[in-house]
Design a protein around this ligand. Structure first.
Ligand code: FES
Length: 138
């Protein structure tokens, strides 16, 4: 089945604020602009359904993340992986290091053409933690 590309908005819609929340095909998502790149994720956090779309963007350990306002979990905006600091239990004198975990938050394919942002929604198939918190928020 061909992917359906949906016109979401204009790039100028993210000029003043770097985020835009919207519904596409009854799906609640947000687009975030980091430097000159756009990313799209489901709006509610994989952890407990918090308003991820209201999170702050941070560069941590070389990755761009959004920090959920509820419990401060960090999600990589490009992949939806959780991102955390870990220690090596066999080497406790080393400082914690940033680590990418599994993909937890559903992301969507973004294409920019002629100053418009197009989204291909990924299928909410129940395989990601965020599906649970987003499936009734259409
Ligand atoms: S709901 Fe987002 S970190 Fe807990």
């Amino acid at each position: 089945m061909a992917e359906e590309e949906i016109l979401a908005c204009s790039t100028s819609d993210l000029q003043i604020t770097n985020k835009k929340r919207l519904k596409l095909n009854e799906r609640d998502i947000f687009i975030v602009k980091v430097k000159d790149t756009f990313y799209a994720l489901d709006s509610y956090c994989y952890h407990a359904g918090g308003p991820l779309y209201n999170g702050d963007i941070e560069d941590l350990g070389g990755r761009t993340c959004i920090k959920c306002p509820w419990h401060k979990y960090k999600v990589c905006v490009d992949t939806g992986q959780n991102y955390y600091q870990s220690v090596d239990p066999h080497n406790l004198d080393q400082p914690p290091k940033w680590t990418s975990g599994d993909v937890r938050q559903r992301t969507h394919k973004v294409t920019v053409r002629d100053d418009n942002i197009y989204i291909v929604l990924s299928e909410m198939d129940g395989t990601l933690d965020s599906d649970h918190h987003n499936k009734n928020k259409t």
